[in-house]
Design a protein around this ligand. Structure first.
Ligand code: SF4
Ligand code: SF4
Length: 442
């Protein structure tokens, strides 16, 4: 395999394929002692990472080897749930001497990189920091595949699990810029009259009412659920409703804090105190400031709270307000020497999560169909990553080929902004550039 460089990864537009879209070239230009492949995939009903790992094991291990070389790491570790024994057996004989597998419990949120780093390396990432702060680089499975391919092809395709109330749950290979509705149709369509799309995952995803919203480099899943499903109803609660019920019904039992994965890690977040602030408007109070470190895993709202309240939304609301007011957590300083508490016996088993969220009614499979889904039109978003939106590199009327750059990072004082270029995912003609999207039609 040709040697992969940071320049390859940059120009291929590789970003984190399973999260917020952090540009991979930035991570791979750093120094770390360990590269972790995050194959934990703890969101219920999603099967993408395991399926992709099984199918493209050799390339993903090449991506891991490249990442190890680029950051100067001593080791690479794949974190995958122990229940996927067949995938682990497939991988083991292929591992290089500096690679290993850590089997993980079937629990949520095993895929949160803070939890993954703790579970595998026993290191606590400080609140607000990234894994590099403790010498680790974490890559999603699909990101590692894209790194392996970066010298040959840019990121123009995406694996997306479609699950929930669809006829044939599946993991699809689709062009970036296809619509969610096309993905759902390819999974046999919705089996209910009132389909709602949750993009990402039932726990951490967001409700998308626009069926023609676009798949980008970070889209990992589309879960179809009816109006009456708790994960839909909760997301439709308005803020005043959350405040009114939270004020009157929160008995400060603190279960939300006792099971909060970030609090268990030692981070200064206590959702029950954020709930208490609803009655007093103590947004600037120190423990409420800790809401800045909420991962929005939703465990407190969907599992922990016996009253069915929504501490996650309260934390999120506080977080947004604190950010707008430029308030930061400063006191007391985080003490990385504080041991994590009871992490082992307070994990939420996936089976319990499935039951709690009434997801056992769905066919919990997602076999990979890696025949690229065909489409005549795509919309390439100019911002599919953390950082600055790209500037268009094409104009309406231009003919473009699949893989051609259609958006470049802006450059200020000779320095490209944080971000990643975006590329055409089909051959065609640029028909329009509007609202941050380059539209291409065959
Ligand atoms: S678990 Fe529910 S009732 Fe208990 S403190 Fe948290 S929000 Fe309040
Ligand atoms: S969503 Fe709740 S449980 Fe999850 S990190 Fe935030 S406060 Fe903690």
């Amino acid at each position: 395999m040709a040697k992969i460089t940071v320049k390859d990864v940059t120009e291929a537009g590789v970003v984190g394929a399973g999260g917020a879209g952090f540009p991979s070239h930035v991570k791979l230009a750093a120094d770390a002692d360990t590269v972790l492949i995050n194959a934990a995939e703890c969101e219920p009903l999603l099967h993408k990472d395991k399926e992709v790992l099984r199918k493209y094991a050799d390339e993903i291990l090449q991506g891991l080897a490249a990442a190890i070389g680029l950051v100067g790491a001593e080791q690479g570790i794949i974190g995958i749930k122990e229940k996927y024994a067949d995938v682990i057996d497939l991988l083991r004989p292929k591992l290089a001497a500096n690679m290993e597998i850590t089997p993980l419990a079937d629990a949520y949120p095993a895929g949160d990189e803070f939890i993954l780093v703790y579970d595998i390396l026993g290191r606590v990432i400080p609140p607000g920091a990234i894994p590099l702060a403790v010498g680790a680089v974490v890559m999603n499975v699909e990101t590692a595949l894209n790194v392996a391919r970066s010298a040959k092809q840019p990121v123009t395709e995406k694996f997306v699990s479609v699950a929930g109330a669809v006829a044939e749950p599946v993991t699809l290979l689709v062009p970036v810029g296809i619509t969610l509705a096309e993905c759902v149709a390819a999974a046999g369509g919705a089996t209910i009259d009132d389909p709602n799309y949750i993009v990402g995952g039932v726990m951490m995803g967001y409700l998308e009412d626009n069926r023609d919203a676009l798949v980008n480099k970070t889209t990992g899943g589309v879960i179809v659920l009816g109006d009456d499903h708790v994960a839909v109803r909760r997301r439709r609660w308005d803020w005043q409703q959350i405040v009114r019920i939270g004020r009157s019904a929160c008995d400060q039992c603190s279960f939300c804090t006792e099971l909060c994965p970030r609090w268990l890690l030692g981070h200064p977040i206590e959702p029950h105190r954020a709930m208490r602030s609803l009655g007093f408007n103590l947004v600037g109070e120190a423990n409420v400031a800790g809401t800045a470190f909420c991962s929005e895993c939703n465990l407190c709202s969907f599992v922990s709270c016996p009253e069915g309240l929504d501490p996650r939304r309260v934390c999120n609301q506080n977080k947004q307000r604190l950010a707008a007011e430029k308030k930061r957590w400063e006191d007391p300083p985080f003490n990385p020497g504080r041991p994590a508490l009871h992490m082992e016996n307070r994990k939420t088993p996936t089976a319990r999560l499935m039951q709690r969220l009434a997801l056992t009614q769905f066919n919990n499979v997602g076999p990979l169909d890696d025949t690229l889904l065909e489409t005549r039109k795509v919309g390439i978003e100019l911002k599919q990553h953390i950082g600055a939106p790209c500037e268009p590199a094409v104009s309406p009327g231009d003919r473009v080929a699949k893989g051609q750059v259609v958006g470049r990072r802006p450059v200020t004082n000779g320095k490209p902004a944080l971000g990643a270029p975006v590329h055409a995912s089909i051959d065609g003609t640029v028909t329009q550039i509007a609202n941050g999207v380059v539209w291409i039609e065959k």
